[in-house]
Design a protein around this ligand. Structure first.
Ligand SMILES: NC(=O)c1ccc[n+]([C@@H]2O[C@H](COP(=O)([O-])OP(=O)(O)OC[C@H]3O[C@@H](n4cnc5c(N)ncnc54)[C@H](OP(=O)(O)O)[C@@H]3O)[C@@H](O)[C@H]2O)c1
Length: 318
């Protein structure tokens, strides 16, 4: 049997399962995902009775069934949350990061949710050979790439680290690493009419003088998003960015802030945010998933702010 005919069998089996769910009210015992994937030699989970609303949920969760999603920075914060979100939707995951222990942790949680073992690739996106290995190992395992989530990123508070060292490190990761990996993945995305989500920041648009290099790197990401959306539009490949405001992750500690400084900063952000709360990693992951899905099939070249209204500034009362 050829690979493509195996794929169509796989998809047809899933359609039958959905039909069974819709007509008879049966779903697999584990409703987080369908586990019937003959092409990956995975087990069939016995069916049990359930209502039609579960069938609808199941269809929703399955929207990334057989889609290969490559996520950089999957070992922590927003990237780890995106990994879990796509695992819940039955995606085939390629998870990238430098910290093997954290990456394995994310992969194990994903496997618990989906029953599918993610591919983990310990790699540094600032290293050219690592970038090539990310693509070759993903293609060797899955044969295709449908979604690229460029999430890996670093920041630095100026004055804490040596300025030009920090600049070089930020640019090498956020701008060059992202750009290089994107270029390597594009030929595969053209084949699948896939899409790219770049994790930018509200600091791409809102200047913050103590993080100038970081702001510059994220402005570069926004512009790359728009240029690539124009360049790739006719191929069917969509390119979008998600621009979060402050989200509590390890990024602040890695930037050189103390625990106390982080707590104070986040409390101030929460108080001043129009929605009086802080964006959570799950909120960002949900937006990423929407943009990566077919529901956003007319969206390209957009930079979506998700910040509880912080970048709107004050409410005009003072
Ligand atoms: N947190 C926020 O407030 C916030 C706001 C706006 C935008 N963002 C953006 O969101 C993205 C994720 O950040 P986060 O908040 O989740 O921070 P985080 O918890 O520090 O995660 C950063 C991730 O990037 C990975 N990474 C960094 N450099 C890498 C490299 N050279 N090669 C491969 N992976 C690398 C890290 O991997 P290892 O740990 O394995 O090294 C880690 O998984 C970043 O692009 C950041 O700029 C964050």
């Amino acid at each position: 049997m050829t690979k493509s005919s195996k794929r169509s069998v796989d998809i047809r089996v899933c359609c039958h399962q959905i039909l069974a769910v819709s007509l008879c009210g049966y779903v697999p015992a584990n409703t987080e995902a369908l586990h019937y994937r003959p092409m990956y030699n995975e087990p069939v989970i016995p069916f049990r009775r359930a209502g039609h609303s579960v069938a609808i949920q199941l269809l929703y969760r399955m929207c990334f069934h057989d889609k290969v999603v490559l996520i950089t920075g999957a070992s922590s914060g927003i990237g780890a949350a995106c990994s879990l979100k796509f695992a819940k939707s039955s995606a085939l995951l390629s998870l990238i990061g430098r910290n093997e222990e954290n990456l394995t942790n994310t992969a194990n949680k994903c496997e618990e949710l989906s029953g599918l073992k993610p591919l983990i690739i310990v790699a540094d996106i600032t290293m050219d050979e690592d970038v090539q290995r990310i693509v070759s190992e993903t293609i060797n395992r899955y044969g295709q790439i449908d979604v690229l989530i460029n999430n890996a990123g670093v920041s630095s508070i100026e004055g804490i680290q040596k300025e030009m060292d920090a600049y070089d490190h930020i640019m090498a990761t956020n701008a060059r690493g992202t750009y290089h990996l994107t270029n390597e993945v594009i030929p595969y995305l053209i084949k699948t009419k896939g899409n790219i989500i770049n994790i930018s920041s509200i600091l791409s648009m809102k200047p913050l003088p103590i993080m100038t290099a970081y702001c510059m790197s994220k402005a570069a990401i926004d512009m790359a998003t728009k240029c690539l959306a124009l360049k790739l539009g006719s191929t069917g490949v969509r390119v979008n960015a998600v621009n979060p405001g402050p989200v509590k992750t390890d990024m602040f500690k890695r930037s050189g802030l103390t625990e106390e400084g982080i707590t104070q900063m986040l409390a101030a952000v929460e108080m001043n945010a129009p929605l009086k709360k802080i964006t959570q990693v799950e909120n960002v992951a949900e937006l990423v998933k929407f943009l990566a899905s077919d529901k956003a099939n007319c969206v390209t070249g957009c930079c979506y702010v998700i910040d509880c209204g912080i970048s709107l500034g004050d409410d005009g009362k003072y």
